[in-house]
Write a protein that binds this ligand. Sequence first.
Ligand code: MG
Length: 291
Amino acid sequence: MKLVTFSTGSAARVGVVSADGDAVHDVQELLPPGAAMLDVIGAWDTLGPVLRERSAELTSVPLASVELLAPVPEPRRNIWCVGKNYRDHAVEFGRSGYDTPSRSEALPERPIMFSKATTAVTGPGALVDPGPTTELDYEGELTVIIGTGGRGISREDAYRHVWGYTIINDVTARDLQKLHRQWFLGKSLDGFCPMGPYLVTADELDADDIDVRCWVNGELRQDSNSKLLIFDIPTLIETISAGIELQPGDVIATGTPAGVGIGFNPPKFLQSGDVVRMEIRNIGILENEVF
Ligand code: MG
């Protein structure tokens, strides 16, 4: 099942994408009053079967006629992120000189965790405003949505805690990332976390073997597969939950493969009017233009 948060001009609503992919069923009447996507995920054991059985009965509107918002427009807490989680990207990042203070191409021995502010989240089609950066970069990432929370989750149990998946563009201000010697500031600017277009339930995706692709102005820049993750999804869940309780609706971006702007020499930073398009089969296409 594919779920969206959408607007037809008024308040945000939860929808289910039709079987043919062309329309969205407004399922708000099947949910508790005022429920948003996080409430749906949190009560999935109850609401999931209802949505599966009854969504198609409800009236639908063409997908093209609605505004898609980020499927989780207001996460409860920061987006979990992982640095250098594909070998080829770890090498390109090390070579670039932007991974201060080191210039190491060595692969990480443990997941490098950081986060993006919730306020960075924006929707498919939203303009990305560079703000103060002159070195704007993109990172296409397969992203996990946690269903059942938990602490001390083992690798073996990890997938039982995965509700589904989406795509995130981990937009990055490389100059801020370098000058401030940490990753939070340069990755948390307003609008630096396009998400979507859909949330896809875990049953529709083999997350251990799925292509991750990204184009800039039609040029294929990133072309990889999640089986090349250095630290796979169970490892990330085990690592985070060892000391921090994961919560329903938590968002974990799994890292980006090679082909980001600083992977080129000279770097190919994004410019005004550039269109970044990310695609993961069974999830969809996340496209955003630079303001
Ligand atoms: Mg990233």
